[in-house]
Design a protein around this ligand. Structure first.
Ligand SMILES: [Zn+2]
Length: 53
């Protein structure tokens, strides 16, 4: 099933920042508990924006 969000941006965010919400490290995708997410947490996007500003 195709995802509506721009996955390229998600990939960049995942590669750039760690996630304050789920503690995922750079390069690792976000997850909810043991369940992987198809996207990233909002807080992680803010981390990535801060890192690349
Ligand atoms: Zn996360």
């Amino acid at each position: 099933m195709p995802t509506p969000h721009p996955s390229r941006i998600t990939a960049l965010i995942i590669a750039t920042a760690n996630c304050p919400d789920c503690q995922a490290e750079p390069g690792a995708p976000c997850h909810d508990g043991s369940r992987p997410r198809g996207d990233h947490h909002q807080a992680r996007q803010q981390e990535a924006e801060r890192a690349t500003a």
